[in-house]
Ligand binder design. Structure first.
Ligand code: SF4
Length: 447
């Protein structure tokens, strides 16, 4: 959301911003926008009438690249002055080949270069009475939740992925830095923090878990220490992109105590040992089914979310059956599934044994059908329980929110009836009355 309280200044240079891609890209956009606002630029939602457009691109899949190129083309047509940044900026030729007229192209996380390009194309207006940017920065996410990026890049080399090529090796932020940002967000009214990175459980490996001072103590840049410290803020803390390294077990008791949300987003991607080996997935050797069972014993409310790829090169019918069986046993709560797409530059393309498109398609449908049943089964168990629900959208009779088991944008919702009007960001106690395949329905019984 672009600071809705701020009145536009007609004389201020105006920038329109398009943010594409994953939550990590969204955090980059927020940083760029915060800097621009601090320098007196106005943000606009419309290309027409703006002085310049910035497009933050996503280059992960070919479909995302096509969407990014489409956004650049639209911005050129409607405005004419366009700066491109983000993941696709790491391969500038693919942009200039299609659009030689873009003003500048910068890569992911190159905040300074984006700002330099903006200054060159559209100098900032000196304004001694410049409005102060709110201390938490400008957030593109609604005010009641915010993404908290703890590191950049990745030390893994999954064969289907080009992120390490685009973003480089893991670079972790010092713990005190992360915690200060989290504290500011909480002070500014944020009720839920979504911890993101490429590999959250590897946090701090690159800086040897160096400790830094936050409040009156030293906090190590380590997954568990950071989770514990974030848990002290008294707001919802949700952990994304966690790989099942053995030390992840340590966070489960914190979840059982609700210091952090009992929610783990673990992108398993597959279950067949052969496929995982060819994918070069981190922590693929760990005995996940047994661990999941143990985690649920310690924390029965634990929600597990994951994503999978079907049709990876060399995936046999046997591998796929293995995956379906694993899925049934693991009984994950929330699952996304993608058909393998050969991303340009990804080592998996050289593995050979491509799975035909129609087989990928069939496997995807079979996977989704199987998971839908599991998901419905898991949700049904919640009927009759009371859940804390954070309200995202307010409606005249029914509002839309999320329980601790639902991350924004990727998971289901809880539809909430209430006698008194609800407010966005409010957390209500809701009695669950009904479940369908992905969502829950209930009524407020307390606050
Ligand atoms: S963990 Fe694997 S998939 Fe995720 S960013 Fe790193 S290399 Fe890519």
């Amino acid at each position: 959301m672009l600071d809705p309280d701020k009145k536009p200044d007609p004389a201020a240079p105006k920038v329109s911003f398009v943010s594409l891609g994953c939550p990590k890209a969204l955090v980059d956009s927020e940083r760029i926008i915060t800097r621009l606002r601090a320098e007196g630029y106005e943000l606009s939602r419309q290309h027409q009438g703006s002085d310049l457009v910035i497009v933050n691109t996503c280059g992960f899949l070919d479909s995302a690249k096509a969407e990014s190129l489409g956004a650049i083309g639209a911005a050129l047509k409607e405005n004419g002055k366009v700066i491109v940044t983000g993941c696709m900026g790491a391969e500038p030729e693919s942009i200039t080949a299609a659009y030689p007229d873009v003003l500048a192209i910068t890569g992911p996380q190159q905040y300074e270069s984006v700002l330099d390009a903006v200054h060159k194309a559209l100098p900032p207006r000196h304004d001694p009475f410049l409005d102060l940017v709110p201390p938490e920065g400008i957030k593109l996410t609604p005010r009641h939740y915010a993404y908290l990026k703890i590191s950049e890049g990745c030390n893994n080399r999954c064969t289907f992925c080009i992120i390490p090529k685009l973003r480089g090796d893991l670079v972790s932020r010092p713990a005190a830095d992360v915690l200060r940002e989290a504290e500011k967000l909480a002070a500014a009214g944020v009720k839920e923090l979504l911890v993101i990175s490429q590999d959250t459980s590897a946090y701090g490996v690159d800086i040897k878990y160096a400790a830094s001072k936050w409040r009156d103590k030293e906090v190590r840049a380590k997954f568990i220490d950071l989770a514990r410290a974030l848990g002290e803020l008294g707001i919802w803390v949700r952990l994304h992109y966690v790989y099942p390294y053995p030390h992840v077990d340590e966070v489960i008791p914190l979840m059982a105590e609700k210091k952090v949300l009992p929610y783990l987003d673990i992108p398993f991607q597959h279950a067949s040992p052969d496929v995982l080996r060819r994918m070069k997935r981190p922590a693929a050797q760990e005995k996940t089914l047994e661990r999941i069972a143990r985690w649920r014993e310690i924390c029965p409310d634990l929600t597990l979310r994951s994503t999978f790829i079907v049709g990876f090169p060399g995936e046999t019918e046997q591998d796929f059956e293995y995956l379906l069986q694993w899925l049934d046993e693991a009984a994950l709560d929330r699952v996304g599934c993608f058909k393998y797409e050969p991303v340009k530059g990804a080592p998996a393309n050289d593995l050979g044994d491509a799975v035909p498109e129609e087989v990928k398609e069939q496997r995807w449908h079979r996977f989704m059908q199987a998971q839908q049943k599991i998901s419905a089964r898991r949700l049904k168990r919640k009927v009759g329980t009371r859940q804390q629900v954070i309200i995202d959208e307010v409606g005249p009779t029914v509002s839309k929110g999320r329980s601790m088991a639902d991350a924004p944008e990727i998971d289901g919702a809880v539809y909430v009836a209430s006698r008194r009007p609800l407010r966005v960001g409010e957390i209500a106690t809701v009695k669950i009355e009904r479940a369908d395949a992905y969502d829950l329905h209930g009524s407020v019984v307390g606050f």
